[in-house]
Design a protein around this ligand. Structure first.
Ligand SMILES: [Mn+2]
Length: 298
């Protein structure tokens, strides 16, 4: 069976970009990224879809994001069996938002074991303490398991400037917490794409489908195409919003249309504003307050 694995779509991001053109929403980027990942399933290139959490950016998502998620998941569920589970951002669970999406979509709010097509799957939604994670895994993986679905950090997972390591009371799962029956783990949570060798298991992390912050500006975004029979995975690259950190005015020369730009605090506001106006972009009036806030050059 061929599985499309996507994660961390963070639908409904509603950060406010002051100065943006009317109707411009960063949430549209996240929706477009999820739709382009799911297109592979709609085009018949896989036999199942798994979404491993942080479907929404917030535990109480905007109603528009909920209806967009329902539409996208129901459509893919009519084509192939689909599983979706909560991440730490969906901490109130997903069923209350998604309701019943039909027989093709399984919404997993609690640790559970089930068949996905012919695959024996165990799904463990985000748990705050690795001790609870290990207990749930031990309980559910007593028999043979083809795939484990997770939304926790694992020992050795990396994001820019940080490597996750287990410690008491922490969410990071150690190799010893993974039952021996488990070989491949499809995991969300970590927004940086990577495949981690963890004792007898491998942890596949496709990362977020869209950049959620400037920390991710150098990362390629997309999904994972996983062949369960061959136990082989392949990264799928998909377009994401370009992001650039501008430290000097000349850095803006290289900026492609559609780029979100974070400005170094010492850049002169009037010079930046003139340049952006010339290019038909916009500057957030509080673009200078923190490096996270941006201008958008179209
Ligand atoms: Mn996330």
């Amino acid at each position: 069976m061929r599985v499309l694995h996507l994660s961390d779509t963070h639908l409904g991001v509603d950060r406010y970009y002051a100065g943006a053109p009317p109707g411009w929403r960063r949430a549209d980027d996240h929706l477009a990224a999820m739709r382009s990942a799911l297109r592979l399933a709609l085009d018949g290139q896989v036999d199942a879809v798994v979404h491993t959490g942080d479907l929404f950016d917030r535990s109480l998502p905007p109603s528009r994001a909920v209806s967009e998620a329902i539409e996208a998941l129901a459509a893919v569920g009519r084509v192939v069996p689909t599983v979706v589970m909560p991440g730490n951002h969906d901490r109130r669970g997903l069923r209350q938002h998604l309701g019943d999406l039909g027989p093709g979509v399984r919404v997993v709010d609690e640790p559970s074991a089930f068949l996905l097509g012919t695959l024996r799957c165990v799904a463990i939604p985000f748990l705050r303490d690795a001790v609870d994670w290990a207990a749930a895994a031990a309980l559910l993986c007593r028999d043979a398991v083809d795939l484990l679905l997770a939304h926790n950090a694992f020992d050795g997972a990396r994001v820019p400037g940080f490597t996750f390591r287990p410690r008491p009371g922490h969410e990071t799962v150690a190799a010893a917490d993974v039952p021996l029956a488990v070989r491949d783990i499809l995991c969300g949570h970590i927004h940086t794409r990577q495949c981690l060798a963890l004792g007898h298991a491998r942890v596949w992390m496709p990362g977020s489908t869209e950049r959620t912050s400037f920390v991710e500006r150098r990362e390629t975004k997309g999904a994972l195409w996983y062949d369960a029979a061959a136990r082989m995975g392949r990264w799928i690259d998909l377009p994401a919003r370009p992001m650039v950190h501008a430290r000097q005015l000349s850095d803006l020369d290289e900026v492609l249309p559609g780029t979100l730009v974070a400005l170094a605090p010492d850049l002169r506001n009037d010079e930046v504003a003139a340049l952006v106006r010339e290019r038909g972009g916009w500057v957030s009036p509080w673009a200078r307050a923190t490096p996270q806030q941006a201008l958008f050059a179209r």
